[in-house]
Design a protein around this ligand. Structure first.
Ligand SMILES: [Fe+2]
Length: 227
């Protein structure tokens, strides 16, 4: 029986999230798989930052739902095997407004809508829609922004192959404190270094040098710096 109440059980909430994910899966397999991964990556980053169980759950669930607005982006744009032109980019960017529109219909999301709205903000204040800066951006949104980029760079896209680990590491480091929250980047670097230990990982000499410089900073997470 449907209850019109704020008191959803965790199981009921997950059923609603699963319905959204099924819709995304039938729309576009890449976007579905990307969203699942972003949820997992963001949750692992939150664990690395020693956040609470609730914050880890928020990162996982909103990671899954962060691209739900892409349900309204035409497949010809979503799956285009080449760069998008300006008009197509405009249609693609609309997905963030659509995500806010869809998720704000779910009244249990109310508490987290500030996170959903801030997914495209940048740490240096040059993002959108509100140009929020630094810690004015909700922490989960700062984590999700890094997790989203991390997965986009480490997975094959219709128009290019996954980027080498060295490239991903360098991009995260160069965005640290500019596009991205420094602590969130550090949490992602720690994850990336774990992935480098997998047998198929290509670890170049220049990547080892990058790690030598940046790893000690990342590994000092999270206690010495406030979030
Ligand atoms: Fe995404």
């Amino acid at each position: 029986m449907i209850r019109f109440s704020n008191d959803y059980t965790p199981e009921e909430l997950m059923q609603i999230v699963d319905i959204c994910m099924k819709a995304l899966r039938s729309k576009d397999m890449y976007t579905f798989a990307h969203s699942e991964r972003v949820g997992r990556i963001a949750e692992q980053m939150a664990a690395g930052l020693q956040l609470s169980n609730e914050e880890m759950n928020v990162c996982r669930v909103l990671g899954k739902l962060h691209d739900i607005g892409k349900l309204f982006v035409p497949n010809a744009i979503l799956r285009k095997p080449a760069s998008l032109d300006e008009k197509e980019w405009q249609m693609m960017r609309k997905h963030s407004d659509d995500a806010v529109r869809i998720l704000s219909c779910m009244h249990f999301m109310g508490k987290y809508m500030d996170v959903v709205k801030a997914l495209h903000e940048r740490y240096d204040g040059k993002g959108y829609p509100d140009g929020l800066e630094g810690r004015n951006i909700p922490l989960a949104a700062r984590i999700l922004a890094v997790a989203d980029s991390y997965d986009a760079m480490t997975s094959d896209r219709p128009y290019r192959k996954a980027q080498p680990l060295e490239y991903v590491y360098a991009e995260l480091v160069s965005g640290r404190g500019k596009q991205f929250c420094p602590q969130a980047v550090d949490a992602a670097l720690v994850l990336l270094e774990k992935n480098m230990r997998k047998p198929y990982a290509v670890v170049t000499e220049s990547l080892k040098k990058l790690i030598e410089v940046h790893s000690p900073i990342a590994m000092s997470l999270p206690l010495i710096r406030p979030l």
